[in-house]
Design a protein around this ligand. Structure first.
Ligand code: BES
Ligand code: MN
Ligand code: ZN
Length: 486
């Protein structure tokens, strides 16, 4: 879909026209000019109030021609956010796609840079589908070709397109099953992406992984017939970098649980356990296009957690890259083990900040529900910045505590420095505490447990069932903020 700002009058519009209105302010309907009265009558009949996530289709017969209007609610004007615009345009696009519309027009009032960006994001995220494996005919997969937005700002639209395309790229990768994306193919995708966009990319194979001292990543991956890979993508600005940031992702291309094997219901959807790594790839793709004044390192260990004769076991004691030893309590707590090496590696790059994203614990979903990521940090200011940006992006995050000394003791029991599971209670927190052991001195760190929002079981807003690309836009906003404000 191409999105363009365009100035038009209601009489000039060729295709269907969407109009956004607030619950308490419907002045945008003025744009309808001569059609306003008729549309208002229909809205009244349909009992349309302008509530968020409401849409009424109004077909009118005018001089023997049918004109279609879609009136979309934004909710109360005082409570409206960028996310309301993303939701509204996604609803509009989903409906118009169903109606086989090719050219869609939108009037959403006066639009600044941020709202123009939000509309482009919502439209592209809302039109996302993962149907490449459906063998139905191409015409059944028809998409809207053009969206013309009145009073939109071109630069905002362009940036929104980059953000949404990066997120949709991540969604595509998440949705690919384990027989298509494995550690080797995921590393190849990283290499291809880097080549295409002029990024530096280093891929380490299983021998190099062991030679670097990454016994943790190696142990998790060695039970699979597809060996692990370690991926490091680098973006460097042309001029001197204002800051150096690492984005680290959990990259389990499939998580069967290993010898502590999951039961069927819990194993289903575990192709999404690579969501953090896929978000990293989406972010690097966007960064290569935006070219901010910050150095960005995209990092992930890719592995498949499988049970086999060569799999790591409960009771095993292994050494991570930073020298700390880990006793395996449960092979299904594998994400933190792979991240131990990824965070150690990232800490050696001279970065001032690390954000990691991981589908780490079911416990985080129990605590916060499946729509909110858990946020953990060692720096309050970093936390506040990320939380403020998450309000803009609509990617819900909530802080969980890291100061519980008694809880921290649970991962220090056993025969090694650390135990890879702290038991049932506070499971998301003990997992985060485990990760913190591998973050270098003086580095500001935020960990996002995206086990819930990385993947949706139902369609809503701009999401479809499946991978969401959660975290891509918030991280991008953060990197751009550092570039702008230092
Ligand atoms: N990948 C899972 C976490 C997960 C669960 C993500 C459900 C998304 C949906 C992770 O590797 C895992 O298995 N965690 C265990 C940890 C436990 C064994 C300490 C869990 O949450 O049960
Ligand atoms: Mn697991
Ligand atoms: Zn996992």
């Amino acid at each position: 879909m191409q999105i363009k700002p365009l100035s038009f009058k209601v009489e000039e519009v060729k295709g269907p026209l969407g109009i956004f209105v607030f619950e308490d302010d419907k002045k945008n309907l003025e744009f309808l000019g001569p059609y306003k009265r008729d549309v208002e009558k229909i809205l009244e009949m349909e009992n349309f109030k302008g509530k968020e996530e409401s849409l009424v289709k109004v077909p009118l017969l005018l001089n023997q021609e049918v004109r279609t209007f879609y009136i979309v609610g934004l909710g109360e004007s005082q409570r409206t956010t960028e996310e309301s615009y993303r939701y509204a345009v996604a609803l509009l696009v989903k409906r118009a796609t169903k109606d086989k519309v090719k050219e869609l027009y939108l009037y959403a009032g006066e639009l600044n840079h941020r709202l123009s960006k939000a509309l482009a994001e919502g439209a592209l995220l809302g039109s996302y589908r993962f149907d490449k494996y459906k063998t139905k005919k191409e015409e059944e997969k028809a998409q809207i070709e053009s969206l013309y937005i009145h009073s939109a700002e071109e630069e905002g639209i362009k940036l929104g397109e980059i953000f949404a395309q990066a997120q949709n790229f991540a969604r595509d990768l998440v949705n690919e099953p384990g027989n298509v994306i494995n550690p080797i193919t995921l590393a190849e995708i990283a290499q291809r992406l880097s080549q295409e966009y002029g990024l530096e990319c280093r891929v380490y194979d299983e021998k190099e992984i062991q030679a670097m001292g990454m016994q943790a990543l190696w142990s998790v991956g060695k039970g699979s017939s597809t060996p692990p890979r370690f991926v490091h993508i680098i973006y460097k600005p042309k001029t001197e970098a204002k800051d150096r940031i690492a984005i680290v992702g959990k990259g389990l291309t499939f998580d069967s649980g290993g010898l502590n094997i999951k039961t069927g219901d819990y194993m289903r959807t575990m192709k999404m356990d690579k969501s953090g790594a896929c978000a990293v790839l989406g972010i690097m793709k966007a960064i290569a296009q935006i070219k901010p004044c910050v150095e960005v390192h995209g990092i992930f260990g890719a592995a498949e957690n499988m049970p086999s004769g060569s799999a790591y076991r409960p009771d095993d004691i292994i050494k991570a890259m930073n020298g700390k030893t880990i006793e395996i309590d449960n092979t299904d707590a594998e994400g933190r083990v792979t991240l131990a090496d990824a965070l150690s590696y990232a800490s050696n790059l001279g970065v001032s900040k690390i954000i990691d994203m991981a589908t780490l614990t079911g416990a985080c979903m129990v605590a916060l529900g499946e729509y909110t990521a858990g946020l953990f940090t060692n720096d309050d200011q970093f936390e506040e910045e990320i939380l403020a940006l998450s309000k803009l992006t609509g990617e819900r995050m909530w802080k969980l505590p890291m100061d519980d000394k008694r809880l921290r003791e649970k991962i220090k029991k056993g025969e090694a420095d650390l135990l890879n599971s702290g038991g049932r209670y506070g499971g998301a927190i003990t997992a985060a505490m485990f990760l913190e052991e591998f973050v270098g001195e003086g580095i500001k760190w935020v960990h996002l447990d995206i086990a819930g929002p990385a993947h949706m079981r139902e369609e809503f807003g701009y999401y479809t069932k499946g991978g969401t690309g959660f975290g891509v836009r918030s991280c991008l906003e953060y990197i751009l903020k550092v570039c702008k404000e230092g």
